[in-house]
Design a protein around this ligand. Structure first.
Ligand code: GDP
Ligand code: MG
Length: 176
């Protein structure tokens, strides 16, 4: 066992086609492929270096549930240590969906604190923007989430920074 090893489980949630898979693959491989399998949940395992320790990370990239989709699956919520909620800045409905998911998550996890990262993806499509940067900030602040706008299509670094910030929070909570 490596020195300072922690295991963390992360679930990626959000509406269909917002870029959940693109963001996940970008973080894990630094690459953007363009089209992703979207008909099943995919589990990834990876060892992430953070400062001088290692995190054994499991990421569940979920596919969209058709029915009752504002409520995350109980089994996912029980399994996870932390969550990434993705919306597209060009899709106000996907932003609304994150709002509902946030509420459900907090209800389901209560009284525990859940580390959540809210990601406004597709920042490269600013000409089609439907959700303001300030709206994202506000929702994150109200729900004590980390928040970043990113583009899975364009850059790795902001996504890496966002995920690392979440993992840092999750690690602290796990050690408490
Ligand atoms: P998911 O259903 O939430 O997993 O979404 P996907 O990751 O499969 O992405 C849905 C579509 O959006 C695909 O065609 C992606 O290539 C595209 N996409 C994902 N992220 C971005 C992004 O940051 N910018 C742009 N322009 N397209 C993106
Ligand atoms: Mg997907």
């Amino acid at each position: 066992m490596k020195h300072g090893m922690t295991t963390l489980r992360l679930v990626v949630l959000g509406a269909e086609s917002v870029g959940k898979s693109a963001v996940t693959v970008r973080f894990l491989t630094r690459r953007f492929i363009g089209e992703y399998n979207s008909d099943k949940d995919l589990l990834y395992r990876s060892t992430i270096k953070q400062e001088d320790s290692f995190i054994e990370l499991e990421i569940l990239d979920t596919c969209s549930q058709k029915r009752n989709s504002e409520v995350p699956r109980e089994s996912h919520v029980q399994w996870a240590d932390c969550f990434v909620l993705v919306y597209s800045i060009c899709d106000v409905k996907s932003f609304e969906k994150c709002k509902y998911i946030l509420k459900s998550l907090q209800k389901m996890k209560s009284p525990f604190i859940v580390p959540i990262l809210l990601l406004g993806n597709k920042k490269d499509l600013d000409h089609r923007r439907q959700v303001g940067l300030d709206e994202g900030h506000e929702m994150a602040q109200e729900n004590s989430c980390q928040f970043y706008e990113v583009s899975a299509a364009e850059t790795f670094m902001p996504i890496n920074i966002a995920f690392q910030a979440l993992l840092k929070d999750a690690k602290v909570i796990q050690l408490q």
